[in-house]
Structure formats: C-alpha cells, structure tokens
Ligand binder design. Sequence first.
Ligand SMILES: Nc1ncnc2c1ncn2[C@@H]1O[C@H](COP(=O)(O)OP(=O)(O)OP(=O)(O)O)[C@@H](O)[C@H]1O
Length: 281
Amino acid sequence: MTTNRPTAEQSRPPAAGTPLLEIKNLSVDFRLETSVVHAVRGVSFDVRAGETLAVVGESGSGKSATALSVLRLNPSPPCMYTGGEIRFEGRDLLKLSEKELGRIRGRDIAMVFQDPMTCLDPLQRVGAQVAEVLRHHTGMSRAAAKEAALAALDEVGIPDPALRYRQYPHELSGGLRQRVMIATALVARPRVLIADEPTTALDVTVQRQILDLLVTLQRKHDMAVVLITHDLAVVAETADRVVVMNQGRVVETGDVLDVFDRPADDYTRKLLAATPRLEAA
Ligand SMILES: Nc1ncnc2c1ncn2[C@@H]1O[C@H](COP(=O)(O)OP(=O)(O)OP(=O)(O)O)[C@@H](O)[C@H]1O
C-alpha cells in the first residue's frame, strides 16, 4: 500500500513514554424513552505526548460518544457513563466534580469539532473568544490576553490577525472559522487535543491545509492528539496508531501501517476495502 505518508525527513520515531490519557473499559449508554443505546461497550485505548491516535469506524460506531466522554460533554441525560475510567495525570475524569473538570477543559484537554459554530459564539468577535479562554484559565490581564490571542490567530495561519480579531464568525470563510476554533482550542497550550472530524465539512483543498496545520501544531507543542475520523486516507497520512471501532467496541488497534497493511479483523478489512484511495494506491 502506498499513501501520502510524511516524507523521511518529516517522519519521526513513535512516541515513547507513559500514556498521557488512558481510557479503560469505558461504557456509555444513551437512555431513551423506550430503549437503551449501548453506544460504547468496554472501550480501552491510550495516547502519549507527541502521538496522534486515530479512532476510526463507520457512522454510529461510538467514536464521538467515546471522545465526548473524555470531557463529559455527552448530553446528560440521556447519556449515562456506566463503567470504566478515563485517566489523566493520575485522576479519573469521570469521577471529578463539574468544577474540577471545568479547570481541565480547554486548559489541559481541548476539543475541536466538525462545525466551528458549535463552539464559536456568533455574537462575539472572534479575537475576544480566543482571549476569553486565556482569561478564564490563567487570569491574564485583558491586554496580555489580547496580545496572546493575536499571536494565536497568527500561529494558525490567519492572515491579518488584527483585522480578523475584530470580526464575527459569520464574516469568516469555513476554513478561517476552523482555524479560529483551533486557535481557541490551543491558545491555553493543552497537552491533549481531541479532534472530532475536524475537516469533514471543508472542501478538499482546505481539508489538506487544516490537517497540515494540526500536524504542524501537534509537533511544535508535543501534544497528544486523538483524531476521530471516518476517512482512512487522513489516518494513513497523519496518525501513528489507529483504533478501529465497530458497534461500540474496539475491534483492532495498532500502528497505522501495520493495521492497514495486515488488518487482523474482518471489519477493518471491510473498512479498508471501502476506501478506494488506499486500495488503489
Ligand atoms: N445524544 C444522543 N442521544 C441518543 N443516542 C445517541 C446520542 N449520541 C449518540 N447516540 C447514539 O450512540 C451511538 C454511537 O454514536 P456516535 O455519535 O458516538 O457514533 P460515531 O461513530 O461518532 O458516528 P458518526 O461518525 O456518525 O459521528 C449511535 O447509535 C447513536 O445514535
């Protein structure tokens, strides 16, 4: 199989060391009026600093429910965390109070989503939203937060940050909005970034740019990245390890090239066969 993996000079050794974030035997149900959906059934995986772990699987396989569990962002109710642990720096995130978790969200672990409008406030200027994250987590002065927010907009490749700072989300293109969301997520320098289909809604050229940006920032800041996607070509290009989910369970996990070259599970083989760019390469 040939993929657009990073070139030799871009590639790096696999991340070593202890896991930064560990999901152990996680189970999540959605209790609906007349039924229960077992969305996540005993899922375990971990991610280390400097590593990109991709979570793949068809629609409904439990990828987002797992990712949202890390910061307890599944809607409650109907969501119930019925078992397992999510360990970060020695603590089980599922056991923290809302206040304790609030200190971790955005500061230590951040998320970006497919649709930036789920996290950007349409009525607030984008620069102020980036600065607000810093003021919330660090108590920085207004002036210092503005300066850091301008630097963050610049870092994510937004041209003319001073102009964009004053604009509202609807005044930006989809690609620029995505960059603002990434700036908002990363401005407090989290150690873990969870990216849930971050490029799915964008056109192909912009997808490429946003993925390159995420890879660059991940390496620069040695972040652990959990990348949720259904796009195996994206996984082949960006991830170190992959977790394959089906019907709420992990069916296979391993180094991306090993899993893609020698899938051990029938479901993984089926997913790979349904990705012509990989098969044809
Ligand atoms: N808020 C919710 N209320 C009820 N059921 C839900 C809710 N969120 C997810 N589910 C159900 O949980 C299961 C797993 O959904 P999840 O969104 O985690 O899948 P996914 O793999 O992320 O899919 P997609 O790629 O479409 O986002 C599905 O059966 C889904 O219908």
